[in-house]
Design a protein around this ligand. Sequence first.
Ligand code: MN
Length: 702
Amino acid sequence: MPSIDSLAERLSTYLGPDQVNLVRRAYFYAEQAHDGQLRRSGEAYVTHPLAVARILAEMHMDHHSLMAAMLHDVIEDTGIGKEALSAQFGETVAELVDGVSKLTQMNFETKAEAQAENFQKMAMAMARDIRVILVKLADRLHNMRTLDCMPHEKSRRIAKETLEIYAPIANRLGMHNIHIEFEDLGFRAMYPMRSERIRNAVRKARGNRKEIVNKIEESLGHCLAREDLQGEVQGREKHLYSIYQKMRGKRRAFNEIMDVYAFRIVVDKVDTCYRVLGAVHNLYKPLPGRFKDYIAIPKANGYQSLHTTLFGMHGVPIEIQIRTREMEEMANNGVAAHWLYKSTDDEQPKGTHARARQWIKGVLEMQQRAGNSLEFIENVKIDLFPDEVYVFTPKGRIMELPKGSTAVDFAYAVHTDVGNSCIACRINRRLAPLSEPLQSGSTVEIVSAPGARPNPAWLNFVVSGKARTHIRHALKLQRRSESVSLGERLLNKVLAGFNSHLDKLPGERLQAALLEYQYEALDDLLENIGLGNRMAFVVARRLLTDSVEPLPTQEGPLAIRGTEGLVLNYAKCCTPIPGDPIIGHLSAGKGMVVHLDTCKNISDVRHNPEKCIQLSWAKDVSGEFNVELRVELEHQRGLIALLASSVNAADGNIEKISMDERDGRISVVQLVVSVHDRVHLARVIKKLRALKGLSRITRVRG
Ligand code: MN
């Protein structure tokens, strides 16, 4: 029966007494927190965290990891929160426990199945600290070892998740021992019959093979001795799940797989590996094409070894792995090997990744030496230092986005059309701002509207290149078509003053003008007029003969429809609304700005026909226009609510509200209200005037 005392004894072989005591404290805390809870086996619940800590102790994990292991189910299963743990055991331990809980809560099953790999990445990205993953793997390992107590359905579900998510994560991190234990336990729970059949077949084959295995082992041993090479020869058996996969995947018969004899030779240094290779190739002929040098070119998870296959006596194939003791440790324990064999210095909060980094650095160096770092970076670095977030679509598909991505990035990642027409989003079913950075594991839903257009403000917060490019492109297209149509109206308006029209102009005259201005097409000219780069008045004179005198304007001013888009802006200084007398000010590159006819800001240029143009409002002008009101009224309770309900009663909408002064009796409130036109504004003002205690109301203009 494992106990905290025996664990403490084990820990004291590599941790200091203070650290061991902290682990003890965490144990007693967990024991109390889980008091009354039982495992399915009938044991007290605390035996589970204790066993998880034990697994981590075998890997020589630090005291923070062990404390987190003790407490790993506390947040999930008891009423105790992260803050309470932080107060008791410090920030680091609380963060680790919180990270493990988040992984535990993640329901992999309800989502689409074909994405196991993305789930692995997501799990990694969610765990900012590699120790979270290691605690979670140990937790899962103990649950797998005690799976028999679970009801059948549940054990199958856990086993499936282990095979699809956790076994590959262990593999990515180079933790071979845990990887194969996950696979064999998962296999047994998923397919008890098949697993049992293969186990029996292996046992039987082992008896038959014994003689040959001994013979080969002996001759390999002699061979090393002859060459004066130090090495330990070990017989090796494939684990059940890999036999099963070979039978299924490669459609090979059991006997065919078992006919292969596998050995490992562990030596002291790299140089010896190659000498042993030479020696065994001298002993038996190597099978062509089967030699692999994973020492020079390590696998993505840092695995190193020499692999070769030999023709033994009577032609039996013999698979040989040759590696150093250090490579053996790495192959078995992967990232955890660095806790195992390096001394534990004082753990600093900043150094949480130090050992993982050390491992990664080692692997990276190996890969660089092999000139093959790309695969490594793809597989490992991203996972441990997450530069990505992983989020779900409403249908459960996983999208991989750069860190800091927002719902707009997500929308463009789904499809350009979705991005272009998006207007709002829900994150985990709640409406959220489009600019909010997404967190891994969230579900994101885009609300789109037909005919909606990208907002230039999105460029301030999107991070993905795809979103940026598409927004720019859409805005450019939109701006171009809007500029062209505004330019055309401006030009025709001036031409009308000369009793002419674009359609009436002779073609050669147009061509000559385009040539002179160096535009390829008429649209280019119109676009530049719309953008304010060319003055419609000047262009019109160039298109007509210069001698023509302007007729008194009969056409009336250009009518504003409210649908001009990005090239037409309403001045912030005087906030014109339909019904107001207005004037248009053209400035290069910016298009036209609509001011009140009386606005002081344009009084200098208002008579310059190259800069300003008379405007009117079209009869069917559409949209909402902001207007600023200043309201003075007696101070009273619930004043803002009163104002709001009055504006609302007149179908107006308050965009902004601020209370400027309060001298005890009189309050001055600045309101920005959006209205359709002057008539609408008058209605709003009338409602406001009806308020009790109102002394003055004025519209603010510049
Ligand atoms: Mn657990």
